[in-house]
Design a binder for this molecule. Structure first.
Ligand code: ZN
Length: 142
């Protein structure tokens, strides 16, 4: 029988390209379900945050922060800043680049993640935020 189950994960962030590992929380929600085969969809609400996967270790998270600063510099002015005055044009652009959602297959009741592949929330805003991530599991019990 097809099942669809929804959960929420709430994270308080520091903004400014904060990178938060949410893998354990997603796994914990999945552990409470009977779904064996299907899909996990994760979606972060808000236009200055994103989701991706990475090996979550300090060297690589620093590398990602430096890459993002190079791709979308925080020290230049964007059209959004002129229109809204919230000075976070760079935050929106970075979030659009990575995207707000992830899909991860479920096989035998487990997320199909690599050993060194963690699910991370990226908060690009220019201030601390509280973020809500919707986690949906869809699949068959047996
Ligand atoms: Zn804005």
């Amino acid at each position: 029988m097809l099942k669809i189950r929804a959960h929420k994960i709430t994270e308080t962030t520091a903004g400014f390209c904060d990178i938060i590992d949410i893998t354990a929380q997603v796994r914990e929600h999945l552990a409470h379900e009977t779904i064996q085969h299907g899909l996990t969809t994760l979606f972060v609400s808000g236009s200055t945050a994103a989701l991706t996967t990475i090996e979550h270790e300090p060297g690589l998270t620093q590398d990602l922060k430096e890459l993002v600063e190079k791709l979308v510099p925080s020290d230049r002015r964007y059209h959004h800043d002129d229109r809204w005055g919230d000075d976070n044009g760079f935050s929106h652009l970075r979030a659009s680049l990575f995207g707000p959602s992830l899909t991860i297959p479920i096989e035998s009741g487990e997320l199909c993640l690599g050993t060194w592949q963690q699910i991370v929330l990226l908060d690009f805003d220019n201030r601390p935020r509280t973020r809500e991530i919707t986690v949906q599991f869809m699949g068959e019990s047996e």
